[in-house]
Ligand binder design. Structure first.
Ligand SMILES: C[S@@+](CC[C@H](N)C(=O)[O-])C[C@H]1O[C@@H](n2cnc3c(N)ncnc32)[C@H](O)[C@@H]1O
Length: 270
């Protein structure tokens, strides 16, 4: 086992868990996901974090989520042009390096400093085939985020991605983030993100606690946090954990676990 990297201790477990799942899937023929960069992050994953994977749904859900985000992103990029893709909570996501980006589109990756400091060492921005800028920011602070994005997105058609992020934010924080990025995205922007139902968030929080971590996951009952600040859902792909009662045709009216593609819409009056 390689020696632990001194920067790895300060990295949130969630960033490593995602890399572990993608590295595992990449080593498995026929998994549908090929991320040749995931292994360089996964091999630094502390044992305490590896143990969490024994208690959670893990690899199949992360793989399904990543593949769905890749598919939506490819469709949107093909229907471009886009000037900028902002990856919120980018973690060890290697899309800047592994996707075919259209000419003229840059990438901004945002996460906390420990994650991006380690990523700078293991996957330098300068080695990507597109221009990549990495910004350290607490995404629970919409004022700071808005300040960082405003001048970078002004006059540029902007697409946002947030994979595996919103479930770690409380609904009020998701709403504040959604408002900040709606402003940054402008009238012709789009946003791909995933969410959990409230039932799945409760079950996963319990599983994380059983694994000895204090991770809390949050679910959303409906799309209000997006719609009230000017986003409209254009597309929804279900994740394998979506409960039958929340699937289309089920009797429930609650949101299922899924990946959403949002576009800008007028903010409802009142
Ligand atoms: C499950 S990981 C997903 C990472 C990446 N999107 C991917 O798909 O590989 C969640 C990421 O969100 C970041 N994150 C969570 N809360 C954050 C916050 N308040 N501010 C900045 N980043 C945050 C974590 O550091 C972590 O990298």
């Amino acid at each position: 086992m390689p020696a632990a990297h001194p920067l790895a201790d300060r990295v949130p477990a969630t960033a490593f868990l995602t890399a572990l799942a993608r590295a595992g899937a990449t080593a498995e023929p026929g998994s549908g996901l090929h991320d040749p960069y995931a292994e360089r992050f996964a091999r630094l994953c502390p044992d305490s974090v590896r143990r969490i994977t024994r208690h959670t749904a893990g690899t199949p859900v992360v793989v399904a989520r990543t593949v769905a985000v890749d598919r939506m992103l490819a469709d949107l990029l093909a229907a471009g042009p886009w000037d900028l893709c902002v990856n919120l909570g980018a973690g060890f996501d290697a899309r800047s390096h592994r996707l075919d980006w259209p000419g003229g589109c840059g990438v901004i990756e945002i996460d906390c400093a420990p994650v991006l400091d380690l990523k700078d060492r293991l996957l330098p921005a300068a080695t990507a085939p597109v221009p990549v800028e990495r910004l350290r920011c607490d995404l629970r602070d919409p004022t700071v985020l808005g300040g960082l994005l405003r001048r970078r997105t002004a006059g540029r058609r902007t697409l946002l991605v947030a994979e595996g992020l919103l479930t770690y934010l409380a609904p009020g924080e998701v709403r504040a983030l959604a408002a900040a990025v709606a402003e940054a995205a402008g009238a012709d922007g789009a946003w791909i993100c995933d969410l959990l139902s409230t039932a799945s968030a409760r079950a996963l929080t319990a599983a994380a606690r059983a694994a000895g971590t204090d991770l809390t996951l949050h679910g959303l009952p409906d799309l209000a946090v997006f719609e009230t600040v000017g986003w409209r859902c254009e597309r929804l792909e279900l994740l394998p954990t979506a409960q039958p009662s929340t699937r289309p045709g089920g009797t429930g009216r609650h949101l299922p676990d899924g990946v959403l593609q949002l576009s800008r819409a007028a903010v409802p009056a009142g």
